[in-house]
Design a protein around this ligand. Structure first.
Ligand SMILES: Cc1ncc(C[n+]2csc(CCOP(=O)(O)OP(=O)(O)O)c2C)c(N)n1
Ligand code: SF4
Length: 254
């Protein structure tokens, strides 16, 4: 029988611990397929975050290192500078990347490090029980804003791609989503292109993936998908914010 779909070689043959309907598993597959298709698995080093993806080193079949509490891009910077032939990616949630690790995110992007960041924006802190994230929507309930996020008290959600697009060091920034099969296919293209950006030595790349956390959104997996498409996408418009192919940055690493 012809096998049409199979587990990518860059994913270990183990059960993942993610909740039903969680977007992390899909995002992992897209990263793994990209590594396979670009033939870089054996020279790739991934940095795992704090948050639910803390066990990513059990799942990706490449070299991995732990980079807790938002330090991912700093660790990725060190790895890439010491081992320029390696492909280095940091995999981070919105708490990890946009809260605890905002400084590392901005400064690695500003320096134009030739690394790839995979940013999972599920609008909430997953692992620690549903606290408000920098990306939590106005009106969205979280354990630390049980009445819903109020901008007067909690401030406004942060759009990371838009923020980073102001920095000359960034070469490829795209926001994608996984709320439908068609969007997953587009997300895959973006992840692969981000890796290609690094392989070609062009500089900092980041793909923001709008994702689901049904457990802490307190809704079913299907409703979580709807939440992403109906609530998150209007707040976080999908698209390319910086592109090294016809891009806006003038930082040259060629
Ligand atoms: C009570 C508590 N507050 C803060 C932390 C630090 N911390 C570890 S993971 C995390 C949130 C991670 O959320 P996110 O990065 O959005 O990833 P997700 O779990 O949603 O994938 C925080 C704040 C902690 N471990 N415990
Ligand atoms: S808590 Fe949320 S982010 Fe974490 S595994 Fe469950 S669904 Fe995924």
């Amino acid at each position: 029988m012809l096998q049409v779909n199979r587990r990518p070689e860059s994913l270990c043959d183990v059960k993942m611990h993610y909740c039903p309907g969680c977007g992390h598993g899909i995002a992992h597959r897209l990263v793994a397929e990209s590594m396979d298709e670009l033939g870089v698995r054996e020279r790739t080093i991934g940095v795992a975050p704090v948050g639910c993806a803390v066990f990513a080193d059990d799942y990706f079949n490449c070299d991995m290192i732990q980079g807790p509490h938002g330090r991912g891009p700093a660790i990725a910077t060190g790895l890439k500078r010491c081992k320029p032939d390696c492909i280095v990616f940091s995999y981070q949630g919105d708490g990890d990347l946009a809260s605890i690790g905002m400084a590392e995110t901005i400064h690695s992007a500003g320096r134009g490090e030739n690394i790839t960041v995979i940013f999972i924006n599920n609008a909430i802190y997953g692992m620690t029980g549903g606290q408000m994230a920098p990306t939590t929507l106005v009106g969205q309930k979280a354990t630390t804003c049980p009445q819903g996020r109020d901008p007067l008290v909690n401030g406004y959600p942060m759009r990371i791609c838009e923020l980073l697009s102001q920095l000359d060091g960034t070469r490829y920034l795209e926001r994608v989503s996984i709320h439908s099969a068609a969007h997953v296919i587009k997300a895959k293209r973006a992840v692969k292109k981000a890796f290609r950006c690094q392989i070609e030595g062009r500089g900092f790349s980041l793909v923001e993936i709008l994702s689901t956390c049904p457990t802490n959104m307190g809704i079913s997996p299907l409703d979580a998908v709807k939440f992403v498409s109906d609530q998150m996408v209007p707040q976080y418009p999908l698209g390319v914010f910086k592109d090294f192919e016809g891009g806006k940055s003038d930082v040259s690493r060629d």
